[in-house]
Ligand binder design. Sequence first.
Ligand SMILES: Cc1cc2nc3c(=O)[nH]c(=O)nc-3n(C[C@H](O)[C@H](O)[C@H](O)COP(=O)(O)O)c2cc1C
Length: 210
Amino acid sequence: MQKNLRPSGLGPQLGDPLPASRASAETLALMRLRRSTPADCLNDPGPDEPTLASILTIAARAPDHRRVTPFRFVVFEGDARIRFGGVLREAFIAREPDADEKKIACEQRRFLRAPVVVAVISKVDRNHRTPEWEQILTAGAACQNMLIAASAEGFAAQWITEWYAYDARVLAALGLDRNERVAGYIYIGSAKADPKERARPVMAQIVTRF
Ligand SMILES: Cc1cc2nc3c(=O)[nH]c(=O)nc-3n(C[C@H](O)[C@H](O)[C@H](O)COP(=O)(O)O)c2cc1C
């Protein structure tokens, strides 16, 4: 029961009793209506430190077979986004040496589209009993948890990869190990305008009964 939880600020303590379920019309509405906001449509303000800490803590509560913790987060805020822009600039020039300055400057500004960007790093332990595939799925679940937590905190967000999730120079600058990949960059901020609904799967085409 909720009343048994110690007031830890960010969540329950190890061994605390937790509710097996928690009926929440608000959660259902949030998930039914949640939409990504394109990074170009994000703006200040972003979450403050305690709110971001809460978003990251909720993201880290992703289901995780055998508690591998196959992910980590790299947070970019303020000037760190400008410094990372230098990395993007050099990496982009190396990829496209003939690109004009306008295009290069646009690539350099990518992280300036939102006040907070979190790189979610998938971190696979290949010697672990838990299959690699499951560890990767957990990193994806952490990304989705982050989007939902950001939305519930009142912020707009988008999960992006773009070219710099795969560029060797960028990955080296991020300090990625050989067993690590970028699961996504989660851009978090405030929406300049509300998004519209997009096409969704036709449920009859994707749901069958065995
Ligand atoms: C792994 C992954 C990578 C993505 N990368 C991009 C991207 O690079 N650029 C982009 O516009 N959308 C990207 N998306 C899609 C958006 O995050 C978003 O899911 C999509 O626009 C649908 O919007 P919705 O979340 O409101 O359904 C990616 C999604 C996932 C799951």
